[in-house]
Design a protein around this ligand. Structure first.
Ligand code: F0G
Length: 457
């Protein structure tokens, strides 16, 4: 088998700025040891997120020029609506400026105190938008998904038995919607099987609970189904995606991931009355229902991106490039979530730095070291992002301490990735010199974005 190559030529380039290690030691300190506070210009390889960081294609840029900026009834909206309907089959398509805007509108409409929203694992903004309404966000990931070292095909699956138990205990009337996040970002970008989507749907149906997909990375999930699940090898990505959505009563999507754009998102629902309520809120908070917080040109770029993402050559390269990085790290003994997921490598900070306890944020320590060593920006997904406090102010850590290196779509080449691998291995070799951190400032919600840290001795 020959090398799987980047399925594109590069037409426009953006230089990256080199810094020295001494400069980076100062820069990360000035940033309060929080990479969200760094100037992007001081970052060499930016793996903070795969969200909104895609390189758009020449056809998407052409769409930007072609966008219809009419306030109401723009032709770009209808192209966007067609593209979303073609994939999801859902009836009412509501554009939003990004994923969390769709979440905010949905949960403001159906949430509130005393309500519960199960998911395989809620992403941080989803959880925050649910909790903001006074509802509870509940993670029901299958057990295998919680063990980074176990290799399994569909570690994003929901525990269906737990779901049913939870519904019986909580009362279906208190669960307005059940979610499945495809792929499961907070659990390592791991895919959800079609079998699991079907089973979850069947439990939801039994209790009259609508099922929604958090569909940010639906195409990557569909590719995993094609490769790993029996009966899907000969189906196209579009066919698989359509089947996935056929079990859903609605979806939220951040188009900043698998729609290959820098901004955009949508809420899609089948229920006419829910659509109406959401649109009413949309007009107050986002904009008129045919643009919803986006420019016509953005809608054009989303529509084009949704066509391009279904290309199997692209998905093969995408998933293989993440796997390539994972293989090299595993061969060097670096502990990661195995097998690698669809959009990122997740370092298992608990096994990387066993001597640093969760209350000293081992993931944050690795994040800082990767920046200092190689100018690489990554993000902690562990006690900084998801930690809670008990009534005595003691940290309640989440099940995993991870560092995510998310790969922007169509942005970096194989030699960039080789460099990243070298830096990670270098930091791993010197891991015994790494220190823990303490938080010296934190916001009441989503603290990881703005928290400030100090190094412990
Ligand atoms: N759901 C999932 C699974 C996500 O990964 C994200 C964003 C959102 C919802 C919210 O979308 O950013 O457009 O408002 N994830 C980004 C990330 C930020 O880095 O993983 P948004």
């Amino acid at each position: 088998m020959k090398t799987i190559i980047e399925p594109f030529k590069i037409k426009s380039v953006e230089p990256i700025r080199f810094t020295t290690k001494d400069e980076r030691i100062k820069l990360i300190q000035q940033a309060g040891y929080n990479p969200f506070m760094l100037h992007a210009d001081d970052v060499l390889i930016d793996l903070l997120t795969d969200s909104g960081t895609s390189a758009m294609s020449s056809k998407q840029w052409a769409g930007i020029m072609d966008g219809d900026e009419s306030y109401a009834g723009s032709k770009s909206f209808y192209r966007f609506e067609d593209a979303v309907k073609k994939i999801t089959g859902l009836k009412y398509i509501i554009p939003t400026h990004q994923g969390r805007a769709a979440e905010k509108i949905l949960f403001s409409t159906v949430g509130g105190p005393g309500k519960y929203f199960p998911n395989n694992t809620h992403f941080d903004t989803t959880r925050a938008n649910i909790e903001f309404t006074g509802s509870e966000a509940v993670d029901l990931l299958n057990e295998t998904g919680k063990h980074p070292e176990i290799r399994a095909d569909f570690k994003g699956d929901m525990d269906v038995e737990k779901l049913e138990g939870f519904i019986k205990k909580t009362g279906a009337e208190n669960i307005p919607i059940c979610f499945l996040t495809v792929t499961n970002n907070s659990g390592g970008g791991q895919p959800v099987s079609m079998k699991n989507i079907k089973e979850v749907k069947s439990v939801c149906k039994k209790y009259g609970i609508p099922l929604f997909l958090d569909a940010c990375r639906f195409a990557e999930n569909a590719y995993f189904i094609k490769k790993r699940e029996k009966g899907y090898a000969d189906k196209s990505i579009l066919e698989i995606a359509r089947e996935m959505f056929s079990y859903a009563d609605g979806a939220t999507m951040s188009a900043k991931k698998d729609a290959l754009v820098n901004i955009g998102g949508f809420l899609a629902v089948n229920d006419a009355s829910l659509a109406q309520q959401c649109r009413n809120l949309l007009i107050v908070t986002e904009g008129f229902p045919t643009y919803g917080g986006l420019a016509g040109r953005d809608l054009e770029a989303v529509a084009q991106g949704l066509e391009e993402i279904l290309d199997e050559h692209y998905l093969q390269y995408r998933i293989r490039s993440i796997e390539y990085m994972g293989d090299k790290l595993v061969a060097a003994g670096v502990p990661i979530i195995e097998p690698p997921g669809g959009h990122a490598i997740y370092i298992d900070a608990k096994r990387f730095l066993p001597e640093i306890p969760p209350e000293q944020f081992p993931g944050q320590s690795i994040v800082c070291a990767l920046y200092i060593e190689g100018g690489i920006r990554s993000v902690e997904i562990g006690s900084v992002m998801f930690g809670k406090y008990d009534k005595d102010g003691k940290l309640i850590p989440p099940p995993m301490e991870l560092v995510r290196l998310a790969i922007p779509r169509r942005v970096y080449t194989q030699s960039h990735i080789d460099y990243v691998i070298e830096v990670i291995i270098e930091v791993f070799k010197n891991r015994h010199s790494l220190k823990g951190y303490k938080i010296i400032y934190e916001a009441p919600m989503l603290r990881h974005f703005t928290a400030q840290f100090a190094e412990l001795n």
